[in-house]
Design a protein around this ligand. Structure first.
Ligand code: NAD
Length: 271
């Protein structure tokens, strides 16, 4: 299937590892010119080099997406570099790294410090707002655009001990639907992809570590039982299992798909 992504400029937030990295690689393989954003410059640069080594075009664009001025500067730089506005935005950056580093169970809402609410809301919600705000004028002028938000099934069905994260992801989906209504008239589509647990190279420990198996990790074995497809293949999803849907939603072929939230979680939630 021809996706029509050749030469499109695509900005992926948090593209330096995990799900975002895979989305960057697959967009580039379809011919898009990829603006690889990450908070950590070395991560953005590494993925940019990977894309270039495959013959693709990319720009490392380090920026903290919780800061509106940094986002605007990044979008301006990308426009100058590629001499074209951003036509595809993938709002991917989302998880708070400290959560993984601390390990163990995350606290219930009543035990969660207020300062931690802000970190989650700032990255997920404000990060998405800032990026949409910075790219939409260019998309409106071009009467063309694709926005894909990476959310979590936690945002659709709620997850225990993840109340603020669940609420932040639900906020993104609701925001996306409103934008889809506001900008359909400009031929801009806005959709969300809801993920379940995704194992990848950026995860250093626990059941989502790439070396964990149902044989050597009890928690992983329990998690796998919660996902219909994971039960079938004996593992959780990987970035390659979810990036294709994102690339399709970013493509010309998905013009009439808008305002939707689509699960790529192996049936964890069926809504
Ligand atoms: N991995 C999972 O199990 C899982 C499950 C459900 C949903 N998701 C969602 O998928 C998306 C990607 O998840 P992941 O596991 O690949 O995440 P990750 O944490 O491994 O990678 C995200 C990247 O975002 C970058 N980042 C963090 N803060 C940033 C900021 N302020 N500005 C710019 N970049 C920033 C990080 O440096 C990192 O490279 C997130 O939105 C997450 O909520 C992931």
């Amino acid at each position: 299937m021809k996706l029509g992504l050749e030469s499109q400029v695509a900005l992926v937030t948090g593209g330096g590892q995990g799900v975002g990295r895979q989305i960057c690689l697959e967009l580039a393989r379809e011919g898009a010119r990829v603006v690889v954003n990450d908070l950590f410059p070395e991560r953005a640069q590494a993925v940019t080099r990977e894309i270039e080594s495959e013959g693709g075009k990319a720009l490392a664009a380090p920026a903290d997406i919780t800061q509106a001025d940094q986002v605007q500067a990044m979008v301006d730089t990308a426009m100058k570099h590629f001499d074209a506005p951003v036509q595809i935005l993938v709002n991917n950056a989302g998880i708070i790294p400290e959560r993984r580093e601390k390990g163990g169970r995350t606290p219930a809402f009543v035990d969660m410090p207020v300062a931690d609410w802000a970190k989650i809301v700032n990255l997920n919600v404000y990060g998405t707002f800032h990026c949409c705000h910075a790219v939409l004028p260019g998309m409106v002028a071009a009467r063309q655009g694709r926005i894909v938000n990476i959310i979590s099934e936690a945002g659709r069905i709620g997850e225990e001990n993840m109340a603020v994260y669940s609420g932040a992801k639900a906020a993104i989906a609701g925001f996306g639907k409103a934008l889809a209504r506001e900008h359909g008239r400009h031929a801009i589509t806005v959709n969300s992809v809801a993920l379940g647990a995704v194992s990848h190279e950026g995860i250093k420990d626990g059941p989502l570590h790439p070396d964990a198996t149902v044989q050597n990790n009890e928690l992983l074995a329990k998690m796998v039982r919660a996902y219909p497809v994971a039960k079938g293949v004996g593992r959780l999803s990987k970035p390659e299992d979810v990036a294709g849907l994102v690339v399709f939603l970013a493509s010309a072929r998905a013009l009439f798909v808008t305002g939707q939230t689509i699960g790529a979680s192996g049936g964890f939630a069926m809504l």
